[in-house]
Write a protein that binds this ligand. Structure first.
Ligand code: ADP
Ligand code: MG
Length: 261
């Protein structure tokens, strides 16, 4: 049975999409079967994988609003081991359209549960808000991966983020866990970055990955070519960091499996 993970932080520009695209690509390259689900109306994950979000046959909008079967919405094997449900700008109106629906918080979960056993990991890229789309994601997943940018106010909004997770745990998804915290846009030359790492480690005791994702211009360039960093520039610092992160991610996952046994 696959594990479903939301990449979530209601702050914009912290590296959610970059992490989604590149962690997924690295795990797929390591032979894991991946499904990427883009529920951000901006569709940056969709275009980051080179998919024209205005011309996809079916999208997460159709899945959530038009009751299109989940298998119909998946672009299968878009890359080796990697499939994707693309986003659409129509999603911007989906929160309002869902308001009147009885199962409005569980629509994504109902769809994802049907395909969970076909993948090792399913990653959901969340929009930068705490609205109904994000609630659908948090209801559908086993855990949350939180990217935090090494910047001033890095922890701003984090207590609200943790409150949201707690609220969803109490009402809609009692098994929801924090998968881990990944620090992005790290710059080892600045005291600020180093201080942020310390602060975040104090706050999220034991949940912060050792791998730090550096600020690397190649990571910012790759999406405009519709490529992940390991395709665009496999020798870049960004590619090295995301490959290392994928290894750490899997290593900790295997540890978890052993604990269960
Ligand atoms: P979010 O999805 O949280 O809004 P993004 O992943 O889209 O954040 O990142 C915001 C911007 O920063 C994008 O333009 C992206 O290309 C760039 N970016 C993200 N991570 C890095 C990084 N490690 N180094 C340089 N630029 C980055
Ligand atoms: Mg994004």
């Amino acid at each position: 049975m696959g594990k479903v993970i939301a990449i979530f932080n209601q702050k914009g520009g912290v590296g959610k999409t970059t992490t989604n695209v590149n962690l997924s690509a690295c795990l797929a390259a390591k032979g894991k079967k991946i499904l990427v689900v883009d529920i951000d109306p901006q569709g940056n994950t969709t275009s980051g994988f080179g998919i024209d979000k205005d011309h996809a046959d079916y999208t997460t909008y159709d899945l959530l609003i038009n009751n299109i079967e989940v298998n119909e919405c998946i672009i299968k094997k878009h890359r080796e081991n990697l499939s994707i449900i693309p986003s659409s700008v129509q999603l911007a109106g989906a929160e309002i359209e869902m308001t009147g629906m009885g199962d409005r918080e569980k629509r994504l979960k109902k769809a994802i549960d049907q395909v969970k056993n076909q993948y090792d990991y399913i990653f959901i890229d969340c929009p930068p808000s705490l609205g109904l789309l994000t609630i659908n994601a948090l209801t559908a997943v086993d855990s949350v991966l939180i990217p935090i940018q090494c910047e001033y106010y890095a922890l701003e909004g984090v207590s609200q983020l943790m409150n949201t997770i707690e609220l969803v745990r109490e009402s809609l998804n009692s098994k929801l866990e924090v998968q881990g915290v990944i620090l992005s846009m790290f710059d080892g030359r600045t005291n600020l970055s180093i201080q942020v790492v310390d602060e975040v480690k104090k706050y999220f005791r034991g949940k912060v990955y050792t791998t730090l994702i550096p600020r690397n211009v190649r990571l910012a360039e790759a999406p405009s070519y519709g490529l992940s960093i390991i395709e665009y520039d496999p020798k870049s610092k960004g590619a090295e960091a995301y490959s290392e992160f994928a290894e750490e991610f899997l290593y900790l996952e295997e540890d978890l499996d052993e604990e269960v046994i």
